[in-house]
Design a protein around this ligand. Structure first.
Ligand code: 13P
Ligand code: SF4
Length: 319
């Protein structure tokens, strides 16, 4: 008898029949307010499905920067909505739930940036977008997981680089560029749950599978995976791959988009607890309330917008 496998596909949930009514009301309010809905690749399926655009942090930032909608309903986490506001301050940016934060972003403060600059006065500060607006405002240039390698490569050889706040994305960039950087010790508590042993088990039980991982994963996980990329780049790698089975080394919400784009393929989470609770607080009901009240709104001081924008604009010039 064959031994049952430990790593198995995620069970697909049936659609909620009450969702159709909510979607209809959301669409009507969207038209009334000239609003658009942006959603990150980790949002729950219903939220992704009602969105006008679903993407990774870089794509969402680019989309937000050029939209002429009056209101952006941003379904992701707080730093992503802040980024949209900074890049397009004339638009109203609302979120379904202000509690959708990012623990990694909360690990870094403006005071910490000042301290690091004091220790390394000649260094360029490269800040991952998973950071508060006030930290971006103190940075030289921002990056996302999609362009971090390119951004660091754009800095002249020999210039010291302080990379904040994700030590694992920083480590990935160091390996990709061969460049040593000053790393801050932040991390994503969700991606931290994926262990090297999970990838070993996946290879053993699914030897023909494509293994994809996010660069926020621990280095032992990243080096053992076939593709290490931003969430949208993971999606394109899966579309391009011949593999029938894909082991997903990132937040579980990603599997909704992967299944939708590749209905014939099988998706297996590398770790069944890799769930970002913050990404999951948004819902159709909360989108509807945000559109009814045009609140809660993201508001930032003018000088923070001005200074953070410089760092974000420099990033977009290189992307
Ligand atoms: P992406 O920019 O790759 O979508 O990642 C954002 C994120 O928060 C990953 O945890
Ligand atoms: Fe932040 Fe990690 Fe959640 Fe991404 S998955 S939003 S980095 S806590």
């Amino acid at each position: 008898m064959e031994t049952p496998r430990l790593l198995t596909p995620l069970v697909q949930q049936d659609p909620d029949p009450s969702a159709a009514v909510l979607v209809e009301r959301i669409q009507a309010l969207k038209a009334r307010h000239n609003a658009i809905i942006l959603a990150h690749n980790y949002q729950i399926g219903e939220v992704q499905d009602v969105a006008d655009y679903v993407g990774d942090s870089l794509e969402l930032a680019r989309f937000a920067a050029r939209t002429d909608a009056d209101t952006i309903v941003f379904c992701g986490v707080h730093f992503m909505a802040e980024t949209a506001k900074i890049l397009n301050p004339g638009r109203r940016v609302v979120v379904p739930d202000l509690k959708a934060g990012c623990p990694m972003s909360d690990m870094i403060t403006p005071e910490e940036v000042d301290r690091l600059r004091g220790q390394h006065p000649d260094a360029v500060v490269v800040t991952y977008v998973n950071s508060p607006a006030a930290v971006k405002a103190k940075s030289d240039i921002c990056c996302t997981s999609a362009n971090a390698v390119r951004i660091v490569q754009s800095i002249p050889e020999g210039t010291p680089v302080i990379f904040i706040p994700d030590q694992f994305l920083g480590d990935y960039v160091q390996r990709a560029t061969g460049r040593k950087m000053i790393l801050f010790e932040g991390y994503c508590p969700t991606h931290m749950r994926i262990m090297s042993a999970d990838i070993d088990l996946a290879r053993y039980e699914h030897p023909d599978a494509l293994i994809i991982a996010h660069p926020e994963c621990q280095p032992e996980v990243a080096v053992k995976s076939d593709v290490v990329a931003s969430t949208s780049r993971m999606a394109s790698s899966v579309r391009e791959s011949q593999a029938h089975t894909v082991v997903v080394g990132t937040e579980l919400g990603m599997i909704h988009r992967l299944r939708k784009e590749n209905p014939e393929k099988e998706f297996i989470p590398a770790c069944s607890t890799c769930d970002c609770a913050n990404m999951k607080v948004n819902s159709l009901e909360k989108i509807l309330w945000a559109l009814e009240d045009l609140s809660p709104e993201i508001l930032l001081p003018e000088e923070i917008i001005r200074d953070a924008r410089t760092a974000l604009d420099r990033m977009l010039e290189h992307s």
